[in-house]
Design a binder for this molecule. Structure first.
Ligand code: HEM
Length: 350
């Protein structure tokens, strides 16, 4: 998920300050609508404040809780083993396109029990808003959302989209706009973020095989390694809040946006020694990659469990590789060592 907003007039930085601001939803409200170039409805539960926010969270939580996702591990493992085996049959393939994106979409097909949609989701590429061209455009996603909404309302099925279409919030069935907002974020939230996480893991091991060997000898480091990759890669580096809730007035000042820099918390030297090193032995790792406070990522268990399976399969495969070519856009100073966007990462076995 990456949400586009006009530039923030100020940005909150630092681990403590960002956590405090994220908790203070009265001052820093999520009552705002991002991506206004491509959509005219709220992504939910992302763009609504408590107490209403809580109602959406409670309604959606059963789909995202850890025990529910753990049940899917055998299918994640099968997807991961098949894709890794096929990927390494070739030389010099691009990781994002040929491994991370298809894997993340196949796993999502398992989570939502919609295997019939996986090829279509893959065809959109990592970002739903640039599915057809470099230009941001909502058409492709909205065509799909309209089709599944129609299907949910007219065919009596008990799949994920039917359940979402009939969700009740305070006794009221969700509207078509609410359905778009919920289903849209369920499709976009765990897409570019998890693709970036997997591509970043492959990229790192392709430069530093010692870290891969170290995990092979110490599999108890898998869990801390996942947290460390999440911290270092900061797949969603920042999000905005507004100091003027957008449904409170029609006179919206242009300088209402405040950025919440998750990445600044992840590289805060008062919390992390040598933050620009990837270190699987950090111990406590209170990173802000999933945000903090009421809007903490709802898909965090999905990302962590998929990543655990991904690492386990890689370790067991015995494969090593090196990066052959890479086209990476890095963040600006002071995070210039941290990849912001993996344009392409090609690897070959060693
Ligand atoms: C590495 C993977 C991921 C990262 C780094 C990530 C990051 C985040 C962050 C930082 C937020 C908070 C945004 C804010 O405070 O404004 C968030 C919210 C959210 N994420 Fe994720 N996410 C990931 C994976 C997923 C997955 C797999 C899903 C679902 C399939 C998902 C669904 C959501 C939803 C629904 C929210 C909104 C929660 C709310 O507003 O209460 N995310 N994510």
């Amino acid at each position: 998920m990456s949400v586009f907003y006009p530039k923030a007039s100020k940005t909150i930085v630092g681990h403590k300050a960002v956590r405090e601001a994220l908790r203070d939803t009265q001052t820093y409200s999520s009552d705002l609508q991002g991506d206004s170039d491509v959509r005219d409805y709220r992504q939910l539960p992302l763009e609504v404040d408590p107490p209403r926010h809580h109602l959406y969270r409670v309604a959606l939580a059963p789909y995202f809780v850890k025990p529910t996702i753990e049940l899917l591990v055998p299918q994640f493992r099968e997807n991961t083993e098949n894709l890794i085996t096929n990927f390494f049959k070739h030389e010099n393939l691009e990781v994002g396109q040929h491994l991370s994106l298809p894997l993340v979409m196949k796993n999502l097909g398992v989570i939502y029990n919609r295997p019939q949609d996986v090829d279509e989701w893959i065809s959109w590429g990592p970002d739903v808003w640039t599915a057809e061209s470099e230009e941001r455009d909502g058409k492709v996603l909205h065509r799909y959302l309209d089709a599944i909404y129609e299907e949910a309302l007219t065919k009596s099925k008990d799949d994920i989209w039917s359940q979402i279409a009939y969700l009740e919030i305070e006794g009221q069935q969700v509207s078509a706009a609410e359905f778009r907002g919920i289903a849209g974020v369920m499709l976009a939230g765990g897409r570019d973020t998890v693709v970036k996480l997997f591509t970043g893991i492959m990229w790192h091991f392709g430069h530093k095989v010692e870290d891969l060997e170290s995990l092979r000898s110490n599999p108890e480091l898998i869990a801390p390694a996942i947290q460390e990759f999440l911290r270092f890669l900061s797949p969603l580096p920042a999000m905005n809040r507004t100091v003027v809730p957008e449904s409170s007035t029609t006179e919206l000042p242009d300088d209402r946006y405040v950025g919440m820099s998750f990445i600044s918390g992840n590289f805060d030297e008062t919390v992390y020694t040598n933050p620009f090193e990837i270190d699987f032995n950090r111990g406590r790792n209170p990173h802000l990659s999933f945000g903090f406070g009421p809007h903490t990522c709802l898909g965090n268990h999905i990302a962590e469990i998929e990543a655990r399976v991904f690492l386990e399969v890689i370790l067991k495969s015995g494969l090593n590789w090196k990066v052959t070519t890479q086209d990476i856009r890095y963040h600006q100073v002071p995070y210039a060592k941290v990849p912001d966007h993996f344009g392409s990462v090609r690897i070959s076995r060693t």
